[in-house]
Write a protein that binds this ligand. Structure first.
Ligand code: PFF
Length: 468
């Protein structure tokens, strides 16, 4: 059998994990969820959820992946041969591909906006937004919004961008684990942090930005409801790529002497930091422009282009540079996450179905392209097609974010906490008890994996179910 690839260093492991974790979830979803759910109060719950709940799930997936050095299906077969757990392995091959389908549509939008950012958002908006003649601030935001609405509801532009985004992923995946995933993440992740810091400097220096900074740091506990708590936990799952086998698959490329607890916590800290940085990049700008922080998913595609356009009237060069950097950040972050979902399917097809890496890449590309195309068209020609009351895009998003990820997270923690032998889990998390610190913390980690995480996940699951 061909030698299995693995990541080359600790730095590479953390950059790959962080690459998967840091993505649209941090830049696109986190700021608008903060806006919709009461600012800093949401952030506090999010931080608690990341360490008490998401970290144990991350560790559970890591234990399974690193122990078996196998794809999600093969891993379950190896650890629980002949049981129904293998179906769980199969489910976690499918879930990331469903996420990838709608994720690549938004990834495609970021390509479009990256290109637009060179020429200014105002100019390109004219075609679709001719009706909203821009005179002054109010009209201008409606013009930029209309341009976005017009773009996503058209047929060919978004499809072209979705295809381009998936092709970029396929190219990185084709290059392999070391020369593709590892190299791309090693280079791009540190750059992302620098870019977002530059954008923050611009954002907080806008007149009126202080209100946005205050919004990010001042909690309003009256906004906390069970569904806000469930949203914070769900976002933490999404942001750390949990419950769908990506962390398991990446962990299967980690060598036996790596410290899994350290890599997992390092990833959680980086992911959290990036989400907060993205919040500080977006919110002050939103407030500076006098816009509503709770404007939802359109926040970064409507509100920010408007701000860039407005600032462009007085500082054209600076605002163009920042706009280009911002959408480049969104695009690169989306790509490093998308390849981690792509890889789950590819590893499965190579190891379980005997395909070559190239054919497996083609197969994943075609499958996600078809579903992604339906998601993309659901903003336009297929707008009236509904699944359980949702458009195809929303259905895929809700199905995975609210159910499959939580369900997967639950099963992974139950598997590691209740099905695997305690000694094996300890062996994996402490490298045969050679890492003293992990060995001392093992009792707490095991408690979180075995009891706290599964119970909390069940609660979110039921809350989401009751919420529809
Ligand atoms: N964590 C990614 C983000 O925050 O954008 C999204 C994601 C990646 C979800 C990989 C699930 C996944 F398997």
């Amino acid at each position: 059998m061909k030698e299995r690839e693995s990541f080359g260093s600790r730095f590479a492991v953390i950059m790959a994990f962080a690459g998967s974790a840091i993505g649209l979830g941090n830049i696109w979803r986190f700021p608008y969820l903060v806006g919709q759910n009461g600012g800093a109060a949401f952030i506090i719950i999010y931080i608690l959820a990341s360490f008490l709940l998401s970290l144990p799930i991350f560790l559970s997936e890591s234990v399974i992946g690193r122990r078996t050095h196998s794809n999600t299906f093969g891993a379950m077969e190896e650890l629980a041969p002949g049981t129904k757990w293998k179906w769980m392995g199969l489910l976690t091959v499918i879930s990331p591909l469903v996420i990838l389908s709608f994720y690549s549509v938004v990834g495609g939008w970021s390509i479009e906006y990256f290109i637009k950012s060179f020429g200014g958002f105002g100019s390109t908006s004219a075609a679709g937004a001719a009706s909203s003649i821009a005179t002054g601030g109010e009209a201008s935001i409606s013009q930029v919004s209309a341009a976005f609405g017009w773009f996503i509801s058209s047929t060919w532009g978004p499809l072209f961008c979705h295809t381009a985004f998936l092709l970029l992923c396929a190219l990185i995946i084709l290059a392999g684990v070391k020369s593709g995933i590892e190299r791309f993440s090693n280079i791009t992740m540190p750059i992302l942090f620098v870019l977002i810091l530059l954008i923050i400097i611009y954002s907080v220096s806008l007149p009126g930005a202080a209100e946005g900074v205050r919004y990010m740091v001042k909690p309003d506990f009256s906004k906390i409801t069970p569904s806000v708590i469930a949203a914070a936990m769900g976002q933490s799952f999404f942001s750390l790529s949990l419950g769908v086998g990506t962390i398991l698959t990446y962990s299967s490329y980690v060598s036996k002497n790596e410290d899994m607890v350290l890599s997992a916590s390092g990833t959680a800290v980086m992911d959290l930091m990036f989400a907060l940085l993205a919040g500080f990049a977006v919110m002050p700008a939103v407030f500076a422009a006098g816009l509503a922080p709770e404007s939802g998913p359109s926040l970064i595609f409507q509100t920010l282009p408007f701000i860039f356009t407005k600032m462009g009237e007085t500082m054209p060069l600076l605002s163009t540079v920042v706009a280009v950097l911002f959408f480049l950040t969104v695009l690169v972050a989306a790509l490093t996450s998308a390849i981690s979902m792509f890889e789950v399917g590819v590893t499965y097809l190579v190891e379980e179905k005997g395909l070559t890496r190239s054919w497996a890449t083609v197969a994943v590309f075609v499958g996600t392209w078809i579903l992604g195309t339906l998601c993309s068209l659901s903003f336009g020609p297929l707008h009236d097609v509904h699944l359980f009351g949702n458009t195809i895009f929303d259905f895929c998003d809700k199905l995975t974010s609210n159910f499959l990820m939580t369900f997967g997270g639950l099963l992974f923690t139950v598997f590691v906490g209740w099905k695997m032998r305690r000694a094996d889990v300890r062996d994996e998390l402490t490298n045969g008890r050679s890492i003293r610190f992990n060995d001392r913390c093992f009792g707490i980690l095991y408690f979180l994996i075995k009891y706290l995480a599964p119970i909390a996940i069940l609660v979110i699951f039921v809350t989401n179910l009751l919420a529809k």
